[in-house]
Design a protein around this ligand. Sequence first.
Ligand SMILES: Nc1nc2c(ncn2[C@@H]2O[C@H](COP(=O)(O)OP(=O)(O)OP(=O)(O)O)[C@@H](O)[C@H]2O)c(=O)[nH]1
Ligand SMILES: [Mg+2]
Length: 279
Amino acid sequence: MKKKLLKVVLLGKTNAGKSSLINQIVGETVSISNKKINTTNQIIKGLITLQNVQIILYDTPGLNFFKTEQGNQKKFKTNVWQCILNTDVILFLLDSKTINLEDLYKNLKKIVNLEKKVFLVFNKIDLVNKDNLLPLIKEISDNFSIDSFFNISAKYNLGLDNLLKYLMQFAKNQPWEYDQNDISNKDDIFITNECTRNAILTYLHKELPYNIEVKNKIYKKLNNGDFKIKQIIKISNERYKKIILGKKGDKIKQIREFSQKNISKIIKSKVHLYIEVTK
Ligand SMILES: Nc1nc2c(ncn2[C@@H]2O[C@H](COP(=O)(O)OP(=O)(O)OP(=O)(O)O)[C@@H](O)[C@H]2O)c(=O)[nH]1
Ligand SMILES: [Mg+2]
């Protein structure tokens, strides 16, 4: 069978469930998800190859990413825009519980004239009554030419088979860009660093989690099959150290344990995680 390729970009506000959807489709965690806002901070590709079709799913930072950080936002917008232009299909994801039509229309106006397929995906269908979405779908179709609407739950894997099947028909006769078994363009070190960033997002509040960077220092498979991983949390200000460590080191303990557990799940091995906090 001839090889086919399909490039799909996921767009939507922060917390719409873009990363959750990609992970559920790929079947592994390739992009961290969190109930805190602005979890994804760069474009990550999730990959799935079904028979002769390879699908590249581009996870993007939420459309309202850091409204206040002008420099960052500009760079991120350029990257996302280039990514959109490079793809065949746009999946615009909505959190069905918090739809703001004015905001949606503002975003749709920017993408509906690009001559790309645009699908509107109502996510978190587990939290709402589907029937309540019907008048909304009617109103949106009256105003924009949307190629198709879907109801899904990324978290509970509802409606995803249907969505995937539908997407596959838009694949083009093109060589694949990745190996058949690849699931992401990122390596294991990336996702293990991200697990610690996710733990920091979970256990620390306000702006602090957004001002740190996690780097890998040691990533080693031991003779018994366990992994020894050492990471550094890079902080921009010395005073953050106390906050990250917490009283008697209780915060960093929680962060380390949470991250270690998630890394173990992802790399399917026992992990010994060490974390250092430095400027
Ligand atoms: N109930 C429910 N929760 C969901 C569903 N999909 C995602 N979530 C939750 O919504 C939150 C945000 O999910 P993410 O996947 O991080 O959202 P995102 O769009 O990638 O967010 P950013 O990276 O910040 O742009 C997490 O707590 C998820 O568990 C769903 O179908 N149902
Ligand atoms: Mg995300």
